[in-house]
Design a protein around this ligand. Structure first.
Ligand code: HEM
Ligand code: HEM
Length: 196
C-alpha cells in the first residue's frame, strides 16, 4: 500500500477557506463604519468657523483621537491579513475584474495606512499639540510650516483617493450582491455560510 508522503505539496497545502475568518469580518465592518464616519467628520470640521475659539479645535481633537484609534485597528488588520489565509480571489487571475479588485483592495489598504500617518505627522509639524481624548501627547517633531503643509496636502489627497476607491468597492459589492447575486457578500459575513 502506498505511504502518504508528508513532504508532498498536495498534502501540505491546506485548501483556501471559503470565507474570511471572524476577526477579519469584525475588523472589516468596524473599520468600514469608523472610516466612513472619520471621512465625514474630516470634511465637515474643515468648514467650521474659527470663532468662538476652541469650538473648531474640539472637533479637530476628536478627529485626531478617532484617527489614532483607527490607525491602530488598521495595523492590527494588516498584521492579521498577512499572517492568515483568505478565500481564493473571486475572479480568475488575468481577468480585468481580478486586476481591478486587487488594485482597489491594496489601494484601500495603502490609504488606510497612509492617512493616519500623514494626519499624525502633519499635526506634529504644527504648532498645536495632539490631544488623545484630552491627554496631550508628547511632541515628536519640531513645528515646521513647510512640512506641515506637505503632510496636510497629502492627507487631503489621500482622503479623496480613498473615497473614490471605497465608492468603487461599494459599487462592486452592490453588483455582486444585487445584480449577479453570486453570494460573494457572504464571504465577509459573520455567519458560516454554504457558499454556492
Ligand atoms: C484614520 C483615518 C483618517 C481619515 C479617513 C481622515 C480623513 C480626513 C479628511 C476627509 C479630512 C478633510 C480633508 C479635506 O478637507 O479635504 C481630514 C483632515 C484632517 N485630518 Fe484626518 N483622517 C484620518 C486620520 C487622521 C489622524 C490620525 C490625524 C491626526 C492625528 C488627522 C488630522 C487631520 C487634520 C489636522 C485635518 C485638517 C486638515 C489638515 O490640516 O491636514 N487625521 N482628515
Ligand atoms: C470604508 C469602507 C470599506 C473599506 C475600507 C473596505 C475595505 C475592504 C478591503 C481592503 C477588502 C479586501 C479584504 C482582503 O482581502 O484583505 C474588502 C473586502 C470586502 N468588502 Fe469591503 N470595505 C468597505 C466597505 C464595504 C461595504 C459597504 C461592503 C458591502 C456593501 C463591503 C463588502 C466587502 C466584501 C463582500 C468583501 C470580500 C470581497 C471578496 O471576497 O473578494 N465592504 N473590503
Amino acid at each position: 500500500m502506498a505511504q502518504d508522503n508528508p513532504s508532498d505539496p498536495a498534502i501540505q497545502a491546506s485548501p483556501a477557506p471559503v470565507q474570511y475568518d471572524r476577526m477579519m469580518v469584525v475588523l472589516h465592518w468596524v473599520l468600514a463604519i469608523g472610516l466612513v464616519y472619520q471621512l465625514g467628520l474630516g470634511l465637515w470640521m474643515d468648514e467650521l468657523p474659527k470663532e468662538p475659539v476652541g469650538y473648531r479645535a474640539q472637533w479637530f481633537n476628536l478627529h485626531k483621537s478617532i484617527g489614532l484609534c483607527l490607525g491602530m485597528l488598521i495595523l492590527w488588520r494588516l498584521g492579521w491579513r498577512v499572517t492568515h489565509s483568505v478565500p481564493m480571489a473571486a475572479n480568475p487571475r488575468g481577468t480585468w475584474q481580478h486586476k481591478a479588485s486587487s488594485v482597489t483592495h491594496w489601494g484601500m489598504y495603502t490609504c488606510m495606512l497612509a492617512l493616519p500617518i500623514t494626519g499624525f505627522a502633519g499635526s506634529n509639524f504644527s504648532a498645536y499639540p495632539v490631544k488623545f481624548f484630552g491627554v496631550e501627547l508628547p511632541k515628536l517633531l519640531d513645528p515646521d510650516p513647510a512640512w506641515k503643509s506637505v503632510m496636510s496636502e497629502s492627507h487631503e489627497w489621500l482622503a479623496s483617493l480613498f473615497m473614490i476607491l471605497v465608492l468603487l468597492h461599494f459599487l462592486a459589492a452592490v453588483w455582486h450582491g444585487w445584480v449577479k447575486r453570486d453570494g460573494l457578500l457572504r464571504r465577509m459575513a459573520w455567519g458560516r455560510a454554504n457558499i454556492d
